[in-house]
Design a protein around this ligand. Structure first.
Ligand code: ATP
Ligand code: MG
Length: 554
């Protein structure tokens, strides 16, 4: 789009200033997912933001698994996350890191804090600690263990590491300020005992660092300059700064917060998606109705469309929701000229052209994309019996109906003018066959005498047609009722979120391969499902229909 406004976002303004003032002489960002689920569209924003900044400033972008919490992490997620990030086009080159590789440095940093008198081992139970913590309006109380000697703390911390204590028996806390108005600064826990097996370090450790302590250290070790995270960490920034300062890093990273990306009427929470997967309501984490990156890919979205979407949403400090229709707009724009346009009939009835020679089939030329000549053309079979969409014929239509009904002439796309001469019905009155006669002089779709028709419909020749399964989607949640049930917090599911139909397609489509994308004229954009397609028997997922009410804001 020519008229999209290119203005610098607030993060670019901060970085510009940092570089100008010499605070940093390079830009080094990272994406630090916890490997505890699949990435979703919100993560795509964070990935593309971090990677985009590194590119823009000719800096570096790291990939780092933030795997310091051994309870939830799984190797399966590590693999899917890397696949998704690569697919989006973010390149970490040779900089793939695991926070768990820094456990020794984190341990050393903790020892250093103890030696500086800035950390202590505390025996208060979790419940007691909560009582001592105070409230937003009242200061906390200091722990009775706060003034242990450095020697005692060193010894106890070593014993924690060596497995002398049970989970929860002792923790290591930073010694900051129990009266701080910021609750995060009230002597936060930085290490806990957890006798758990870690997916990478196994049973090597039975103490694990807390996120607020580990994250700044990870950033500092990697030489990250701008540590970009979401808004909920804003109140944690003083602690982030405290850790890098007290541990004594020479080039401390800077934390910058931005607002999360939310989408209207979609489910992004891991908790909910997990439930949908476990209850078999969806077909795995990549079910095309979800907005995990794997699901969007399976549905047929392109990386370009997601990058475009993320650009349009922009970066801000204020939480807001983007409209799903905007994501749809982006994929339509991307595929409009890229995808070949073929004919497919999703809800077929037969059309018999009575004056066309029986048993004969001819091949007619059809352009592959009227808006992009580079895609060339193809030969489409035409014959006496065709399939057309059920909704393209009416016995007794309303006045504005422009398609087929008895006595009218319409254009069969890329073929001929035909005039409807009659129809047959079954005992229930459903139309089974439509009859018509064609005008051989209108080959290619235009009449030599210049007469016009009001409607053009698509069709597929019956004897060459390929039958295939086509899936149409609606939102997985009921938009009218809202995503979550007000009473019990469960999801308001839309019972019509998936419709499968047996469609008839042009013969060329029978050979379509997984991830190939097409426009089925008048029906939308479709992508071959990678999971359920077989060689010569593709299954098509509708990415998006052609109609949109979405308008790009000015
Ligand atoms: P969720 O619970 O929604 O899956 P998370 O924050 O637990 O998200 P992490 O793996 O911890 O997931 O996140 C990795 C990075 O992605 C973090 O820097 C986080 O701030 C960012 N992120 C997560 N959700 C969003 C979102 N909706 N929009 C933008 N960035 C996000
Ligand atoms: Mg998280």
């Amino acid at each position: 789009m020519e008229n999209e406004v290119v203005s610098r976002n607030f993060i670019e303004n901060i970085i510009d200033k940092d570089l100008q003032e010499g605070m940093y002489d390079t830009v080094h960002t990272r994406f630090p997912p916890e490997p505890n689920g699949y990435l979703h569209i919100g993560h795509a924003k964070s990935i593309l933001l971090n990677y985009g900044l590194a590119e823009e400033y000719h800096g570096k972008f790291n990939m780092r698994f933030d795997d310091t919490n051994p309870t939830k992490e799984k190797t399966e997620f590590v693999e899917s996350i890397m696949e998704d990030i690569k697919w989006l086009g973010a390149d970490w080159e040779d900089r793939l890191f695991y926070a768990s590789d820094y456990f020794p440095q984190m341990y050393e940093a903790a020892v250093l804090l103890i030696k500086k008198g800035k950390a202590f081992v505390c025996d208060l139970s979790a419940e007691q600690m909560r009582e001592y913590r105070g409230t937003l309006t009242e200061p906390g109380k200091e722990s009775p263990y706060r003034n242990r000697s450095i020697e005692e703390n060193l010894c106890l911390f070593e014993e924690m590491r060596d497995g002398k204590y049970a989970d929860g028996e002792k923790v290591l806390r930073a010694k900051i300020d129990m009266a701080s108005p910021n609750m995060n600064m009230r002597d936060p826990v930085i290490y806990r005992v957890a006798h758990m097996t870690h997916h990478r370090t196994g049973d090597q450790w039975c103490i694990y660092p807390m996120y607020d302590f580990a994250h700044p250290i990870e950033d500092a070790i990697e030489g990250i300059t701008h540590s970009i995270c979401t808004l909920e960490f804003e109140d944690h920034r003083p602690l982030y700064d405290w850790v890098v300062r007290e541990v004594g890093y020479e080039h401390p990273p800077k934390q910058i917060e931005f607002a999360k990306l939310y989408l209207t009427n979609v489910v992004t929470g891991k908790r909910y998606i997990k439930k949908l997967v476990e209850e078999g309501i969806v077909d795995g984490w990549d079910d095309p109705r979800l907005v995990s990156i794997a699901a969007l890919r399976r549905r047929g979205f392109t990386p370009e469309s997601i990058r475009r979407f993320v650009d349009l949403v922009g970066v801000s400090k204020a939480n807001s929701s983007a409209d799903y229709a905007m994501l749809e707009y982006c994929i339509r724009e991307d595929l409009k000229e890229k995808a070949p346009r073929l004919m497919a009939v999703l809800d077929p009835i037969r059309l018999v052209i009575d004056n066309y020679p029986e048993g004969e089939v001819e091949f007619l030329e059809a352009p592959n994309n009227m808006e992009n000549e580079a895609l060339g053309s193809r030969q489409v079979p035409f014959g006496r019996e065709l399939f057309i969409e059920r909704e393209d014929f009416m016995i007794d239509p309303p006045r504005k109906y422009k398609r087929m009904f008895p006595g009218t002439e319409v254009r069969l796309m890329n073929a001929y003018f035909v005039t409807c001469t009659g129809y047959e019905t079954d005992p229930e009155g459903n139309v089974t066959i439509v009859h018509a006669e064609y005008d051989p002089a209108t080959k290619g779709g235009n009449a030599p005498d210049g007469r016009k028709v009001k409607g053009t419909i698509h069709w597929v020749e019956a004897s060459h047609a390929v039958k295939a399964k086509v899936r149409l989607y609606e939102n997985i949640v009921d938009e009218e009722k809202g995503v979550y049930n007000k009473e019990d917090g469960s999801l308001n599911l839309n019972p019509n979120s998936l419709t499968e139909c047996d469609a008839y397609l042009e013969p060329d489509l029978g050979q379509a391969k997984p991830y190939e994308r097409f426009q089925f004229v008048r029906n939308g954009f479709f992508c071959v499902d990678y999971k359920d397609s077989e060689d010569g028997a593709p299954v098509f997922n509708r990415i998006v229909s052609l109609k949109s009410s979405f308008k790009l804001p000015n």
